[in-house]
Unconditional design. Structure first.
Length: 234
């Protein structure tokens, strides 16, 4: 296999979701031996401040991580965390490297399904990002009611604490059902923890896992099968 681009991964948000992303990168690479796989330089940094806390300085930490990945040899970046994409431009400016955008990937998948109203299971920060990307393509966002959004976040923190049990799985499936009941024609896992306990079999509508699609895109970009994303202008 010809030389591939070196992928830099800003990970650890959370660690289990990052490990799952790395496993998918390996699984989706058409390799006959070790040397055919993509070189990945990653920073699995669970010490990144909570992206859901205003003023947490997460952006500064992510920018530092991105610069270090560039210095180590990364040529293109990925972040397997939806909420962290609020700092996508900062990450790219700090590193000078293009980012394979997770939010864009999820929104485009919903567009390709022909959905007009898209339910998103995500943090408040991720919901803001998805609303913008979906609106740009004439799609509407369906989100949980405030009390259910609070319950969803509590479930996410359970998953981050290592609880992948049946109760948590039932909770996550119920949030997806709420979105569908509210008119969602497709459901996006807008938090990378959600697919750890939720699959297409649990959802009565098309289910989009942007993290899975991101892994596929990373392979395609690094192998030259998809164009390298453009850097932001300005």
């Amino acid at each position: 296999m010809s030389e591939s681009l070196v992928l830099g991964v800003l990970g650890g948000m959370g660690p289990a979701a990052t490990v799952e992303f790395l496993a998918k990168l390996q699984a989706y690479t058409p390799a006959k031996g070790d040397q055919d796989h993509i070189r990945v330089i990653m920073d699995l940094n669970p010490k990144v401040p909570d992206r859901n806390v205003p003023g947490s300085q997460a952006g500064a930490v992510l920018a530092e991580m991105a610069g270090a990945l560039q210095g180590a040899g990364a040529q293109v970046l990925a972040i397997p965390c939806n909420t962290a994409h609020a700092y996508a431009d900062l990450v790219q400016r700090a590193s000078g490297l293009p980012l394979i955008d997770l939010i864009e990937t999820g929104a485009n998948a919903a567009r390709d399904l022909g959905a007009r109203r898209v339910g998103v299971l995500g943090t408040k920060g991720a919901l803001r990002l998805y609303r913008e990307y979906l609106a740009a393509q004439a799609m509407g966002l369906v989100q949980l009611a405030p009390d259910r959004q609070d319950a969803f976040m509590a479930t996410i923190y359970k998953i981050k604490a290592g609880d992948l049990g049946s109760d948590v799985r039932a909770e996550m499936a119920s949030y997806a059902a709420d979105l569908i009941a509210n008119g969602a024609e497709a459901v996006v896992a807008g938090c990378t923890e959600a697919p750890l306990v939720l699959s297409a079999a649990d959802v009565r509508a098309p289910f989009i896992d942007p993290g899975d699609l991101l892994a596929r895109r990373c392979v395609a970009v690094c192998l030259g099968q998809e164009p390298i994303p453009a850097l932001p202008v300005g």
